[in-house]
Design a protein around this ligand. Structure first.
Ligand code: GTP
Ligand code: MG
Length: 399
């Protein structure tokens, strides 16, 4: 028998990757990531350890839980949404680590931001994953804003954020990286590293977000994935097959080649990050984008990061507040509540909130007003202090 990859073994033996790494650490076996390979005799040792654990009844893997949350209800006009399923119940609270401690909070789906140079195929890749055709409908085929989508994949729910590759949208890319748990850097195999590829990598590094590189368009005859890997190495990003720890997955948004592998790597990375959020905690979220719709009015896409949002809740963003009149999920279905790692579109703000702004909830309208009044006061005080300093400076300088 030859060497075996850690995650393959974990899957075969039905244990979590994190547990597998724990055992390897205990054995003093070194590895770079869950896709590293281990020797046959190590495999045998691991099997023994697990068998012993099982015999003692201390096995932790049985509690491995899916990260999938309850699907949002698909309410139709003639059939209004039934009583919503609270997300808190979706993931049973288990202690996967067996340490009896920190893991009381349920898992949440990973938020994955797709970044890269213009036209390298970010939206197309998402389209393949979502089996939709958004790219074809975009003006000039260029993404001009950031979209957030929930995708139900074979690996459970993953929240994707698409960002534009055009050089004009640096701030949007930076914000996209900031809300991400994982960044996918899309690089076209016929174009290799371009200015916005480097910029995207820098954003992911600055935000300290784990990165996965998807080399796209490998279906093209002129595709040269090896060149992409060499170019990455020159940036000190060394692909695993060259002995580094950068996960690089060749894909084609056109044929779908490699997309399953990419999803697998995303869920492996997410598992190692051990992403959790409490649906019962106080609500916390961030604005992904805000806009005015001619018919609906002000619409804001908000990512729920902590707690649960309900229709009727009061929200404060910057110096504005609003009451949620209606909420839709990323598929456009009306929902009444939304738990962690859910992008929702909210109707109810009177002013367009800026993307990247933090959102919090307030008990009632009075409380929301007080928070806003406090913020306005703080800002005015700071402004007055600045004016005062300038006046003093002018006095000192004389006429
Ligand atoms: P921006 O959002 O403007 O930065 O572009 P993008 O990265 O989202 O690229 P988009 O998905 O719009 O794709 C750009 C072009 O590349 C389109 O014409 C796609 O059809 C094409 N394309 C994307 N992926 C692939 C692929 O895997 N193979 C081939 N052959 N073409 C692809
Ligand atoms: Mg795009």
């Amino acid at each position: 028998m030859s060497k075996v990859r850690i995650y393959t073994l974990a899957k075969d033996l039905g244990v979590e990757n994190a547990r597998m790494l724990e055992i390897l650490d205990g054995l003093g076996v070194s590895y770079k990531s869950v896709s590293s390979t281990i020797e046959e005799d190590t495999v045998e040792l691991i099997k023994q350890i697990l068998a012993e654990e099982q015999a003692e009844g201390t096995s932790a893997e049985a509690t491995a839980e899916p990260t999938v949350q309850a699907p949002a209800e698909q309410a139709t006009p003639e059939q209004p949404a039934a009583a919503p399923v609270p997300q808190a119940k979706a993931a049973p609270v288990t202690d996967a680590q067996g340490d009896g401690g920190t893991s009381e909070v349920p898992h949440r789906a990973p938020v994955v931001t797709i970044m890269g140079h213009v036209d390298h195929g970010k939206t197309s890749l998402l389209d393949y994953i979502r089996k939709t055709k958004v790219a074809a409908k975009e003006a000039g085929g260029i993404t001009q804003h950031v979209g957030a989508f929930e995708a139900k994949t074979s690996k459970g729910k993953i929240v994707f954020i698409d960002t534009p590759g055009h050089e004009a949208f640096t701030t949007i890319r930076a914000r996209g990286a900031n809300v991400a748990d994982i960044a996918i850097i899309v690089i076209a195999a016929d174009d290799s590293l371009m200015p916005q590829t480097r910029e995207a990598i820098a954003h992911a590094q600055a935000a300290k977000v784990p990165m996965i590189v998807a080399i796209n368009k490998v279906d093209l005859p002129q595709a040269d994935p090896e060149r992409v890997k060499t170019d990455l190495t020159q940036l000190n990003l060394v692909p695993e097959e060259y002995g580094g720890d950068l996960v690089v997955v060749p894909v084609s948004a056109r044929t779908g080649e490699g997309v399953e592998d990419l999803l697998e790597y995303i869920s492996l990375t997410a598992e190692l990050e051990d992403l959790r959020a409490d649906p019962r905690a106080a609500f916390g979220g961030v604005v992904i984008e805000g806009k005015v719709d001619k018919q609906a009015g002000v619409l804001a896409t908000v990512m729920v990061q902590e707690g649960t949002l309900h229709v009727g809740d009061f929200l404060v963003v910057g110096e504005n507040y609003g009451k949620i009149k209606a909420m839709t999920d990323s598929a456009g279905a009306r929902i009444k509540e939304a738990g962690p790692s859910t992008p929702v579109q909210i109707l109810g703000f009177s002013e367009v909130p800026s993307s990247g702004e933090k959102v919090q909830s307030a008990k009632n309208e009075h409380a929301a007003r007080e928070v806003v009044a406090g913020r306005v006061d703080t800002r005015r005080d700071a402004e007055n202090a600045r004016v005062q300093r300038r006046l003093t400076l002018e006095e000192m300088m004389g006429p």
